[in-house]
Design a protein around this ligand. Structure first.
Ligand code: ZN
Length: 311
């Protein structure tokens, strides 16, 4: 008796969530190569960049140019926070818009300098721009499992935002654990709360591994039948506006877990690990991904090369 899905849709967010935290500018053609390598590895959806203010997020100022060079076999989504971003994203030709709001007042103010209601009101125009261009909108709720400034976020607050999203015609919601405050019981509770109130609304989970339990949270989501997860290659990531925020859960580690559980993703794990190693070279620092270093459990070692372990 399990609700676990037979197939999971993985959305790669590393070239957005991850790269925005990288201080050194990554050349446009390098971004294009990484995205195309991810598409070639079978990643079906990518939140490939954002259309925020180029001053606030200089690393992603080239989002329109990047889109020109990428393989459009996979769905390319652009993150936005307001109507201005929506217009830029639509003009650039994104397949989908991801509009983000923080569930907590203080984090939303810190992130986009607006109250939650001001952001939601502004989304009316986002919805119109998107509808005009026939571009679907996915609503992302940051700090859905807790806020670094306010602590617990009541489920009712998530319900309030989800209801507005539903009225705006958004085709799904993402629950973002921006600073790694989710725990398995919280994930179970929030997924059940939303399923009861919005049974038709597809839910995606976006975890950061800040406290080392990102994949445990995935397990809790799978048990609730969630079949959409967001992750970043190599475990890149962080949020420049959230104190102590570290990387997303790692795409290769997630895919390894899913495949070992006989859950399909359509992704080639070996190719994904190659991309992760390339990304590590590009950013020029170690990434937290583990399967790219250890290989899968199918990788055996020659007996005479191995030291004996007693632990
Ligand atoms: Zn994130």
């Amino acid at each position: 008796m399990s609700n676990r899905p037979a197939r999971v849709q993985v959305t790669e967010v590393g070239t957005r969530d991850g790269f925005q935290a990288e201080p050194k500018f990554i050349p446009t053609e390098t971004k294009v190569r990484i995205i195309n390598d991810l598409v070639a590895a079978g990643v079906p959806r990518l939140e490939y960049s954002s259309f925020m203010s180029p001053r606030a997020v200089p690393q992603l100022a080239d989002s329109a140019e990047v889109l020109q060079g990428v393989d459009r076999r996979s769905t390319m989504m652009g993150l936005i926070a307001n109507a201005k971003g929506a217009r830029r994203g639509v003009d650039a030709g994104v397949d989908e818009l991801v509009v983000v709001i923080s569930a907590s007042e203080s984090h939303n103010r810190k992130n986009v300098n607006r109250s939650v209601d001001e952001s939601l009101d502004g989304f009316e125009e986002v919805a119109l721009i998107a509808a005009d261009a026939s571009v679907p909108v996915h609503g992302a709720i940051a700090t859905a499992f807790g806020c670094p400034f306010e602590g617990d976020v009541p489920f009712e607050q998530i319900g309030y935002i989800a209801e507005r999203f539903e009225k705006l015609g958004f085709h799904g919601i993402g629950l973002g654990d921006t600073t790694g405050m989710a725990t398995p019981p919280l994930v179970t509770g929030l997924c059940r709360y939303l399923r009861d109130r919005f049974p038709e609304m597809p839910v995606a989970l976006h975890f950061h591994n800040t406290r080392g339990i990102g994949l445990c949270n995935v397990m809790a989501g799978l048990d609730e039948g969630i079949d959409k997860f967001e992750s970043s290659i190599g475990g890149l990531g962080g949020c420049p506006f959230a104190p102590g925020a570290t990387g997303n859960i790692c795409t290769e580690d997630l895919v390894y877990l899913l495949h070992e559980m006989d859950i399909e993703t359509g992704i080639d794990l070996d190719r994904l690990c190659e991309v992760a190693r390339y990304v590590e070279d590009v950013v020029d620092h170690r990434l937290p991904g583990q399967v790219m270093k250890a290989g899968t459990r199918a990788r055996l070692h020659a007996l005479d090369e191995a030291r004996t372990a007693t632990g």
